[in-house]
Design a protein around this ligand. Structure first.
Ligand SMILES: C[S@@+](CC[C@H](N)C(=O)[O-])C[C@H]1O[C@@H](n2cnc3c(N)ncnc32)[C@H](O)[C@@H]1O
Ligand code: SF4
Ligand code: SF4
Length: 390
Protein backbone atom coordinates (compact mmCIF):
# COMPACT_ATOMS: atom_id res chain seq x y z
CA UNK A 1 0.00 0.00 0.00
CA UNK A 2 1.43 3.38 -1.01
CA UNK A 3 0.81 6.24 1.38
CA UNK A 4 1.82 9.93 1.24
CA UNK A 5 1.44 12.30 4.19
CA UNK A 6 -0.49 15.49 3.45
CA UNK A 7 -1.40 18.47 5.63
CA UNK A 8 -4.74 16.99 6.74
CA UNK A 9 -3.49 13.39 7.12
CA UNK A 10 -2.43 11.23 4.20
CA UNK A 11 -3.32 10.00 0.74
CA UNK A 12 -3.54 6.22 0.44
CA UNK A 13 -3.61 4.19 -2.78
CA UNK A 14 -5.93 1.17 -2.46
CA UNK A 15 -5.95 -1.81 -4.81
CA UNK A 16 -9.45 -3.07 -3.94
CA UNK A 17 -11.46 -1.00 -4.48
CA UNK A 18 -9.09 0.69 -6.90
CA UNK A 19 -8.98 4.21 -5.45
CA UNK A 20 -6.85 6.97 -4.03
CA UNK A 21 -8.38 8.05 -0.72
CA UNK A 22 -7.69 10.84 1.69
CA UNK A 23 -7.53 9.87 5.39
CA UNK A 24 -7.27 12.12 8.44
CA UNK A 25 -4.26 12.19 10.77
CA UNK A 26 -5.73 9.66 13.20
CA UNK A 27 -6.17 7.15 10.37
CA UNK A 28 -2.75 7.99 8.98
CA UNK A 29 -1.25 7.14 12.39
CA UNK A 30 -3.13 3.83 12.44
CA UNK A 31 -1.65 3.11 9.02
CA UNK A 32 1.85 3.65 10.37
CA UNK A 33 2.66 7.36 9.89
CA UNK A 34 4.18 8.44 13.22
CA UNK A 35 4.50 12.12 12.46
CA UNK A 36 5.05 14.25 9.39
CA UNK A 37 6.62 17.69 8.89
CA UNK A 38 3.61 18.30 6.64
CA UNK A 39 1.38 18.23 9.73
CA UNK A 40 3.00 21.38 11.12
CA UNK A 41 2.13 24.93 10.18
CA UNK A 42 -0.85 26.23 8.22
CA UNK A 43 -2.76 24.41 5.52
CA UNK A 44 -1.00 25.41 2.28
CA UNK A 45 -4.28 24.93 0.39
CA UNK A 46 -2.78 22.49 -2.11
CA UNK A 47 -1.29 18.99 -2.13
CA UNK A 48 2.41 18.49 -1.39
CA UNK A 49 2.82 17.27 -5.01
CA UNK A 50 0.59 16.11 -7.85
CA UNK A 51 -0.88 12.62 -7.55
CA UNK A 52 -0.99 12.11 -11.31
CA UNK A 53 1.51 13.36 -13.86
CA UNK A 54 1.09 13.16 -17.60
CA UNK A 55 4.50 12.37 -19.05
CA UNK A 56 4.33 13.33 -22.73
CA UNK A 57 7.08 10.98 -23.88
CA UNK A 58 6.84 12.16 -27.47
CA UNK A 59 5.03 14.48 -29.82
CA UNK A 60 5.56 11.86 -32.53
CA UNK A 61 2.68 10.10 -34.29
CA UNK A 62 1.71 9.29 -37.88
CA UNK A 63 -2.06 9.17 -37.41
CA UNK A 64 -2.51 12.89 -38.07
CA UNK A 65 -5.73 13.46 -36.06
CA UNK A 66 -7.39 16.66 -37.23
CA UNK A 67 -7.54 18.29 -33.79
CA UNK A 68 -4.59 16.70 -31.95
CA UNK A 69 -3.86 18.94 -28.98
CA UNK A 70 -0.14 18.07 -28.86
CA UNK A 71 0.18 18.77 -32.59
CA UNK A 72 1.91 15.39 -33.04
CA UNK A 73 3.70 14.77 -36.33
CA UNK A 74 5.68 11.79 -37.71
CA UNK A 75 8.99 13.47 -36.79
CA UNK A 76 7.95 15.25 -33.62
CA UNK A 77 10.34 15.44 -30.60
CA UNK A 78 10.61 12.55 -28.13
CA UNK A 79 12.30 12.03 -24.76
CA UNK A 80 15.39 9.82 -24.88
CA UNK A 81 14.98 6.64 -22.82
CA UNK A 82 17.52 7.81 -20.23
CA UNK A 83 15.84 11.20 -19.84
CA UNK A 84 12.46 9.49 -19.49
CA UNK A 85 13.83 7.34 -16.64
CA UNK A 86 15.26 10.47 -14.98
CA UNK A 87 11.83 12.09 -15.18
CA UNK A 88 10.32 8.99 -13.52
CA UNK A 89 12.97 9.20 -10.76
CA UNK A 90 11.98 12.80 -10.04
CA UNK A 91 8.25 11.97 -9.96
CA UNK A 92 8.92 9.03 -7.63
CA UNK A 93 10.90 11.32 -5.31
CA UNK A 94 7.88 13.65 -5.14
CA UNK A 95 5.60 10.75 -4.14
CA UNK A 96 3.50 10.88 -7.33
CA UNK A 97 1.10 7.90 -7.55
CA UNK A 98 0.23 7.61 -11.25
CA UNK A 99 2.20 8.46 -14.37
CA UNK A 100 0.16 8.64 -17.56
CA UNK A 101 2.51 7.85 -20.43
CA UNK A 102 1.19 9.77 -23.39
CA UNK A 103 2.08 11.48 -26.59
CA UNK A 104 2.06 11.44 -29.50
CA UNK A 105 1.80 7.71 -29.86
CA UNK A 106 3.79 6.28 -26.96
CA UNK A 107 3.24 2.75 -28.32
CA UNK A 108 5.61 3.59 -31.18
CA UNK A 109 8.57 4.13 -28.81
CA UNK A 110 10.88 1.13 -28.52
CA UNK A 111 11.44 1.74 -24.78
CA UNK A 112 7.78 2.10 -23.74
CA UNK A 113 7.36 -1.22 -21.90
CA UNK A 114 10.79 -1.01 -20.30
CA UNK A 115 9.87 2.48 -19.04
CA UNK A 116 6.53 1.23 -17.68
CA UNK A 117 8.32 -1.53 -15.73
CA UNK A 118 10.85 1.02 -14.52
CA UNK A 119 8.00 3.20 -13.21
CA UNK A 120 6.55 0.17 -11.38
CA UNK A 121 9.94 -0.54 -9.82
CA UNK A 122 9.92 3.03 -8.46
CA UNK A 123 6.46 2.64 -6.92
CA UNK A 124 4.53 4.51 -9.63
CA UNK A 125 1.55 3.04 -11.47
CA UNK A 126 2.00 3.63 -15.22
CA UNK A 127 -1.13 4.24 -17.32
CA UNK A 128 -1.40 4.61 -21.08
CA UNK A 129 -3.63 6.15 -23.74
CA UNK A 130 -3.22 4.88 -27.30
CA UNK A 131 -5.02 5.08 -30.63
CA UNK A 132 -4.47 1.30 -30.83
CA UNK A 133 -3.58 1.38 -34.53
CA UNK A 134 -1.99 -1.92 -35.55
CA UNK A 135 -1.66 -3.14 -31.95
CA UNK A 136 -0.37 -6.72 -31.99
CA UNK A 137 -1.43 -9.51 -29.63
CA UNK A 138 2.10 -9.50 -28.15
CA UNK A 139 1.90 -5.76 -27.47
CA UNK A 140 -1.54 -6.21 -25.92
CA UNK A 141 -0.12 -8.86 -23.57
CA UNK A 142 2.80 -6.60 -22.64
CA UNK A 143 0.25 -3.88 -21.75
CA UNK A 144 -0.60 -5.87 -18.62
CA UNK A 145 2.10 -3.73 -16.95
CA UNK A 146 -0.24 -0.72 -17.10
CA UNK A 147 -2.65 0.03 -14.29
CA UNK A 148 -5.17 1.38 -16.78
CA UNK A 149 -5.06 1.51 -20.55
CA UNK A 150 -7.49 3.53 -22.65
CA UNK A 151 -8.00 3.49 -26.41
CA UNK A 152 -9.30 6.64 -28.08
CA UNK A 153 -12.68 6.18 -29.78
CA UNK A 154 -14.46 9.41 -30.75
CA UNK A 155 -17.31 7.76 -32.62
CA UNK A 156 -18.59 4.49 -34.01
CA UNK A 157 -17.77 3.57 -37.65
CA UNK A 158 -17.93 6.54 -40.01
CA UNK A 159 -18.30 8.95 -37.05
CA UNK A 160 -14.79 7.95 -35.92
CA UNK A 161 -13.41 9.04 -39.30
CA UNK A 162 -15.33 12.33 -39.18
CA UNK A 163 -13.94 13.13 -35.71
CA UNK A 164 -10.31 12.09 -36.23
CA UNK A 165 -9.86 12.44 -39.98
CA UNK A 166 -8.91 8.82 -40.74
CA UNK A 167 -10.60 5.44 -40.69
CA UNK A 168 -9.23 3.88 -37.48
CA UNK A 169 -12.41 2.52 -35.90
CA UNK A 170 -11.87 -1.17 -36.75
CA UNK A 171 -8.26 -0.93 -35.44
CA UNK A 172 -9.43 0.64 -32.20
CA UNK A 173 -12.06 -2.06 -31.58
CA UNK A 174 -9.57 -4.83 -32.41
CA UNK A 175 -7.10 -3.28 -29.96
CA UNK A 176 -9.78 -3.03 -27.26
CA UNK A 177 -10.66 -6.73 -27.66
CA UNK A 178 -7.00 -7.76 -27.42
CA UNK A 179 -6.40 -5.52 -24.40
CA UNK A 180 -9.55 -6.75 -22.66
CA UNK A 181 -8.15 -10.28 -22.87
CA UNK A 182 -4.88 -9.42 -21.12
CA UNK A 183 -5.20 -6.24 -19.04
CA UNK A 184 -6.91 -5.49 -15.75
CA UNK A 185 -8.48 -2.12 -16.47
CA UNK A 186 -9.35 -1.09 -20.01
CA UNK A 187 -11.37 1.89 -21.13
CA UNK A 188 -12.17 4.32 -23.89
CA UNK A 189 -11.20 7.98 -24.19
CA UNK A 190 -13.95 9.97 -25.91
CA UNK A 191 -13.45 13.63 -26.85
CA UNK A 192 -16.73 15.48 -26.42
CA UNK A 193 -17.06 18.15 -29.09
CA UNK A 194 -19.99 19.87 -30.78
CA UNK A 195 -19.90 17.31 -33.62
CA UNK A 196 -19.19 14.17 -31.53
CA UNK A 197 -21.73 14.92 -28.76
CA UNK A 198 -24.52 12.80 -30.29
CA UNK A 199 -22.15 9.81 -30.63
CA UNK A 200 -21.71 9.43 -26.89
CA UNK A 201 -24.59 6.92 -26.37
CA UNK A 202 -23.21 4.66 -29.13
CA UNK A 203 -19.68 4.78 -27.71
CA UNK A 204 -20.92 3.95 -24.20
CA UNK A 205 -22.96 1.04 -25.63
CA UNK A 206 -19.77 -0.14 -27.37
CA UNK A 207 -17.89 0.02 -24.05
CA UNK A 208 -20.58 -2.11 -22.41
CA UNK A 209 -20.59 -4.67 -25.22
CA UNK A 210 -16.80 -5.01 -24.90
CA UNK A 211 -17.07 -5.24 -21.08
CA UNK A 212 -14.79 -2.26 -20.53
CA UNK A 213 -14.24 -0.58 -17.17
CA UNK A 214 -14.81 3.05 -18.07
CA UNK A 215 -15.34 5.72 -20.67
CA UNK A 216 -13.32 8.82 -19.93
CA UNK A 217 -14.81 11.99 -21.39
CA UNK A 218 -12.43 14.74 -22.43
CA UNK A 219 -13.73 18.18 -23.23
CA UNK A 220 -12.48 19.39 -26.61
CA UNK A 221 -9.55 21.74 -25.86
CA UNK A 222 -8.28 24.68 -27.89
CA UNK A 223 -4.68 23.47 -27.94
CA UNK A 224 -2.33 22.33 -30.71
CA UNK A 225 -4.31 21.59 -33.88
CA UNK A 226 -7.48 21.89 -31.80
CA UNK A 227 -6.94 25.67 -31.62
CA UNK A 228 -7.95 26.15 -35.24
CA UNK A 229 -11.07 23.97 -35.00
CA UNK A 230 -12.22 25.09 -31.53
CA UNK A 231 -14.69 27.70 -32.82
CA UNK A 232 -16.65 24.96 -34.65
CA UNK A 233 -16.14 22.25 -32.03
CA UNK A 234 -16.73 24.05 -28.71
CA UNK A 235 -19.95 22.71 -27.12
CA UNK A 236 -23.08 24.77 -27.61
CA UNK A 237 -24.73 26.10 -24.45
CA UNK A 238 -27.54 23.60 -24.97
CA UNK A 239 -25.06 20.71 -25.13
CA UNK A 240 -23.16 22.01 -22.10
CA UNK A 241 -26.38 21.94 -20.06
CA UNK A 242 -27.47 18.55 -21.43
CA UNK A 243 -24.16 16.77 -20.78
CA UNK A 244 -24.46 15.82 -17.11
CA UNK A 245 -28.07 14.49 -17.30
CA UNK A 246 -27.00 12.46 -20.33
CA UNK A 247 -23.96 11.08 -18.49
CA UNK A 248 -26.14 10.06 -15.55
CA UNK A 249 -28.68 8.30 -17.82
CA UNK A 250 -25.98 6.44 -19.74
CA UNK A 251 -24.20 5.37 -16.55
CA UNK A 252 -27.29 3.80 -15.09
CA UNK A 253 -28.53 2.34 -18.40
CA UNK A 254 -25.25 0.67 -19.34
CA UNK A 255 -23.63 0.22 -15.91
CA UNK A 256 -20.38 1.60 -17.30
CA UNK A 257 -18.39 4.15 -15.32
CA UNK A 258 -18.26 7.49 -17.14
CA UNK A 259 -15.45 9.73 -15.94
CA UNK A 260 -15.52 13.45 -16.68
CA UNK A 261 -12.26 15.36 -16.97
CA UNK A 262 -11.71 18.36 -14.70
CA UNK A 263 -12.72 20.88 -17.37
CA UNK A 264 -16.33 19.63 -17.30
CA UNK A 265 -16.88 20.71 -13.71
CA UNK A 266 -18.92 23.85 -14.59
CA UNK A 267 -21.30 21.75 -16.74
CA UNK A 268 -21.90 19.47 -13.76
CA UNK A 269 -22.21 22.17 -11.10
CA UNK A 270 -24.85 23.96 -13.20
CA UNK A 271 -27.19 21.16 -12.06
CA UNK A 272 -26.39 21.87 -8.40
CA UNK A 273 -25.46 18.29 -7.48
CA UNK A 274 -24.60 17.31 -3.93
CA UNK A 275 -20.91 17.06 -3.21
CA UNK A 276 -21.36 13.26 -2.84
CA UNK A 277 -22.86 12.91 -6.32
CA UNK A 278 -20.15 15.10 -7.83
CA UNK A 279 -17.55 12.87 -6.16
CA UNK A 280 -19.26 9.70 -7.50
CA UNK A 281 -18.68 11.00 -11.03
CA UNK A 282 -15.15 12.03 -10.06
CA UNK A 283 -15.94 15.68 -10.67
CA UNK A 284 -13.54 18.21 -9.30
CA UNK A 285 -12.74 21.40 -11.14
CA UNK A 286 -9.44 22.58 -12.55
CA UNK A 287 -6.70 20.52 -10.88
CA UNK A 288 -3.76 21.99 -12.79
CA UNK A 289 -0.73 22.24 -10.49
CA UNK A 290 -2.51 20.45 -7.67
CA UNK A 291 -3.69 16.89 -8.40
CA UNK A 292 -2.35 17.11 -11.96
CA UNK A 293 0.81 18.20 -13.71
CA UNK A 294 2.46 17.47 -16.99
CA UNK A 295 5.96 16.97 -18.36
CA UNK A 296 6.68 17.74 -22.01
CA UNK A 297 9.27 16.02 -24.25
CA UNK A 298 11.73 18.88 -23.60
CA UNK A 299 11.38 18.28 -19.84
CA UNK A 300 9.25 21.32 -19.07
CA UNK A 301 6.93 20.89 -16.11
CA UNK A 302 3.52 22.54 -16.51
CA UNK A 303 0.33 22.50 -14.46
CA UNK A 304 -1.78 21.03 -17.24
CA UNK A 305 -1.14 19.06 -20.45
CA UNK A 306 -3.26 21.51 -22.43
CA UNK A 307 -1.58 24.75 -21.38
CA UNK A 308 -0.12 27.02 -18.74
CA UNK A 309 3.36 28.38 -18.11
CA UNK A 310 6.47 26.23 -17.63
CA UNK A 311 7.24 26.03 -13.90
CA UNK A 312 10.62 24.24 -14.00
CA UNK A 313 12.58 21.64 -15.88
CA UNK A 314 11.88 18.13 -14.59
CA UNK A 315 15.67 17.62 -14.64
CA UNK A 316 16.21 20.45 -12.12
CA UNK A 317 15.39 18.93 -8.73
CA UNK A 318 15.48 22.22 -6.79
CA UNK A 319 13.32 23.96 -9.41
CA UNK A 320 10.74 21.16 -9.27
CA UNK A 321 10.65 21.31 -5.46
CA UNK A 322 10.12 25.08 -5.60
CA UNK A 323 7.33 24.66 -8.14
CA UNK A 324 5.36 22.12 -6.11
CA UNK A 325 5.82 24.14 -2.93
CA UNK A 326 4.89 27.60 -4.12
CA UNK A 327 4.54 27.66 -7.93
CA UNK A 328 1.66 26.90 -10.30
CA UNK A 329 0.06 30.24 -9.38
CA UNK A 330 -1.61 30.43 -12.81
CA UNK A 331 -3.81 27.56 -11.59
CA UNK A 332 -3.69 27.70 -7.81
CA UNK A 333 -4.19 31.48 -7.76
CA UNK A 334 -7.52 31.65 -9.62
CA UNK A 335 -10.00 31.27 -6.74
CA UNK A 336 -8.48 34.16 -4.74
CA UNK A 337 -8.90 36.63 -7.61
CA UNK A 338 -12.00 35.15 -9.28
CA UNK A 339 -14.40 37.73 -10.71
CA UNK A 340 -18.16 37.22 -10.72
CA UNK A 341 -20.03 35.01 -11.30
CA UNK A 342 -17.33 32.63 -9.96
CA UNK A 343 -16.66 34.80 -6.90
CA UNK A 344 -20.26 34.40 -5.70
CA UNK A 345 -20.66 30.80 -6.90
CA UNK A 346 -21.25 28.23 -4.14
CA UNK A 347 -19.12 25.71 -6.07
CA UNK A 348 -16.04 27.91 -6.51
CA UNK A 349 -13.90 25.94 -4.06
CA UNK A 350 -14.73 22.70 -5.89
CA UNK A 351 -14.80 24.04 -9.45
CA UNK A 352 -11.97 26.58 -9.41
CA UNK A 353 -13.61 28.59 -12.18
CA UNK A 354 -13.62 25.96 -14.91
CA UNK A 355 -10.96 25.42 -17.52
CA UNK A 356 -8.18 28.02 -17.69
CA UNK A 357 -7.11 26.81 -21.14
CA UNK A 358 -10.57 27.45 -22.57
CA UNK A 359 -10.74 30.84 -20.83
CA UNK A 360 -7.35 31.79 -22.31
CA UNK A 361 -8.41 30.71 -25.80
CA UNK A 362 -11.44 32.98 -25.53
CA UNK A 363 -9.21 35.93 -24.62
CA UNK A 364 -8.32 36.00 -20.91
CA UNK A 365 -6.72 33.35 -18.69
CA UNK A 366 -8.13 34.98 -15.54
CA UNK A 367 -11.77 35.15 -16.62
CA UNK A 368 -14.35 32.50 -15.67
CA UNK A 369 -14.68 29.60 -18.10
CA UNK A 370 -16.85 31.00 -20.93
CA UNK A 371 -18.35 27.52 -21.47
CA UNK A 372 -19.88 27.42 -17.97
CA UNK A 373 -23.70 27.72 -18.30
CA UNK A 374 -23.79 29.97 -15.22
CA UNK A 375 -21.21 32.26 -16.82
CA UNK A 376 -23.21 32.31 -20.08
CA UNK A 377 -26.36 33.23 -18.17
CA UNK A 378 -24.48 35.97 -16.27
CA UNK A 379 -22.86 37.66 -19.24
CA UNK A 380 -24.60 39.85 -21.80
CA UNK A 381 -23.71 38.28 -25.15
CA UNK A 382 -21.94 41.41 -26.33
CA UNK A 383 -19.54 41.76 -23.35
CA UNK A 384 -15.97 41.61 -24.52
CA UNK A 385 -12.97 40.61 -22.40
CA UNK A 386 -9.50 42.08 -22.41
CA UNK A 387 -6.55 39.84 -23.15
CA UNK A 388 -4.45 38.68 -20.21
CA UNK A 389 -2.14 35.73 -19.86
CA UNK A 390 -0.91 34.05 -16.66
C1 LIG B 1 -3.02 13.30 -27.84
S1 LIG B 1 -3.66 11.69 -27.64
C2 LIG B 1 -2.21 10.71 -27.47
C3 LIG B 1 -2.46 9.24 -27.33
C4 LIG B 1 -2.81 8.48 -28.60
N1 LIG B 1 -2.02 8.85 -29.70
C5 LIG B 1 -4.27 8.57 -28.91
O1 LIG B 1 -4.65 9.03 -29.98
O2 LIG B 1 -5.06 8.11 -28.08
C6 LIG B 1 -4.28 11.69 -25.95
C7 LIG B 1 -5.78 11.91 -25.83
O3 LIG B 1 -6.04 13.28 -26.11
C8 LIG B 1 -7.23 13.34 -26.88
N2 LIG B 1 -7.22 14.60 -27.63
C9 LIG B 1 -6.58 14.88 -28.77
N3 LIG B 1 -6.82 16.16 -29.15
C10 LIG B 1 -7.63 16.69 -28.22
C11 LIG B 1 -8.23 17.99 -28.04
N4 LIG B 1 -8.06 18.99 -28.92
N5 LIG B 1 -8.97 18.18 -26.94
C12 LIG B 1 -9.17 17.20 -26.02
N6 LIG B 1 -8.64 15.96 -26.14
C13 LIG B 1 -7.88 15.71 -27.22
C14 LIG B 1 -7.13 12.10 -27.75
O4 LIG B 1 -8.37 11.76 -28.29
C15 LIG B 1 -6.60 11.09 -26.78
O5 LIG B 1 -7.65 10.45 -26.09
S1 SF4 C 1 -6.76 24.02 -17.41
FE1 SF4 C 1 -7.53 23.04 -15.58
S2 SF4 C 1 -9.63 22.40 -16.12
FE2 SF4 C 1 -8.55 22.80 -18.02
S3 SF4 C 1 -7.82 20.79 -18.62
FE3 SF4 C 1 -6.18 21.84 -17.52
S4 SF4 C 1 -6.33 21.15 -15.41
FE4 SF4 C 1 -8.26 20.65 -16.43
S1 SF4 D 1 -19.52 30.17 -12.08
FE1 SF4 D 1 -17.31 29.75 -12.01
S2 SF4 D 1 -16.99 28.51 -10.14
FE2 SF4 D 1 -19.22 28.46 -10.62
S3 SF4 D 1 -19.53 26.63 -11.87
FE3 SF4 D 1 -19.17 28.33 -13.30
S4 SF4 D 1 -16.98 28.34 -13.72
FE4 SF4 D 1 -17.33 27.09 -11.86
Amino acid sequence: MKLRPEWNGALVALERPHALVSVNRAWARRLGVKDSPRWRGDDPGHLSAPTEVHLVVSKRCSAGCTSCYVDATPNGPALEARAARQAIDRLAALGVFHVALGGGEAMDLDYLFELAHYARSKGLVPNLTTAGLGLTVEQARACAVFGQINVSVDGVGEAYRRARGFDGYAHAVKALRALRASCKRVGINFVVSRSSFDELPRVVALARSLKLDEVELLRFKPAGRGTATFAQEDLTDEQARALFPLVRRLTFRHRVRLKLDCSFAPMVFWHRPSVALARFFGVVGCQGGNVLASVMPDGSLTGCSFGGPTEASIFDAAGVDRAVESGFQAFRGYAARAPDPCRSCEYLSLCNGGCRVVAAAKGDWWQPDPGCPRVVAFRPASRSVGAASP
